[in-house]
Design a protein around this ligand. Structure first.
Ligand code: CO
Length: 192
């Protein structure tokens, strides 16, 4: 095992996930997250709890503001069925560049439970971040991983995926089916 193994937990569902996931309409989801200043065991415990909460709900990404923690912290795992693949932990991530063609694909969010809709994003993202041990890293991703990274970093800026859906008629209908309201949506332009 590598030195990153200290945050590794079983990718299994637990009956009572340690953290509550806030839902669309909660103000906490709309606040810009603050930079993490201390990467220590306490933060790594938060990471473990976020992962356990995410795995328990079949999520592939979770941002700290979704669980009421106002920090620039994200966990991602696009291989939840592969126990040997370690999750990605992004601390204070910075988007360096977003490039590539626009791609449309379906997104969902643990904070908008049950709503899945097409979102247009550019294909490639380059980021820098610190990992759970404070090591500075860079990453270039495309495809699903890029989409999840962009979705989660949006959360750190108080942006939800539903904000990026221009068709408010369809969006409003889907939200209503799941008990949400269009009033909670703050439209942003989908691509730069
Ligand atoms: Co989300």
């Amino acid at each position: 095992m590598s030195s990153t193994s200290s945050i590794v937990i079983d990718k299994k569902k637990v009956k009572n996930p340690p953290l509550e996931v806030y839902q669309l309409g909660d103000k906490g989801l709309r606040q810009p997250a603050k930079r993490v200043t201390k990467i220590d065991e306490e933060l790594r415990e938060t990471v473990r709890q976020m992962l356990q909460t995410m795995y328990s709900q079949d999520g592939i990404g979770l941002a700290a503001p979704q669980v009421g923690i106002n920090k620039q912290l994200v966990v991602i795992d696009t291989e939840i069925d592969k126990p040997e693949v370690e999750p990605l932990v992004l601390i204070n991530p910075v988007v360096k560049r977003i490039t590539g063609p626009n791609v449309t694909d379906q997104e969902g969010c643990l904070s908008v439970v049950g709503v899945y809709m097409d979102v247009v994003r550019q294909d490639v993202v380059e980021i820098s971040y610190k990992d759970e041990h404070g090591r500075l890293k860079t990453l270039t991703a495309d495809g699903l991983l890029s989409r999840v990274i962009q979705h989660e970093i949006d959360h750190l800026n108080g942006i939800m995926f539903v904000d990026r859906i221009p068709n408010h008629l369809a969006l409003g209908q889907e939200l209503q089916k799941k008990g949400f309201t269009l009033k909670a949506v703050k439209a942003v332009k989908s691509t730069p």
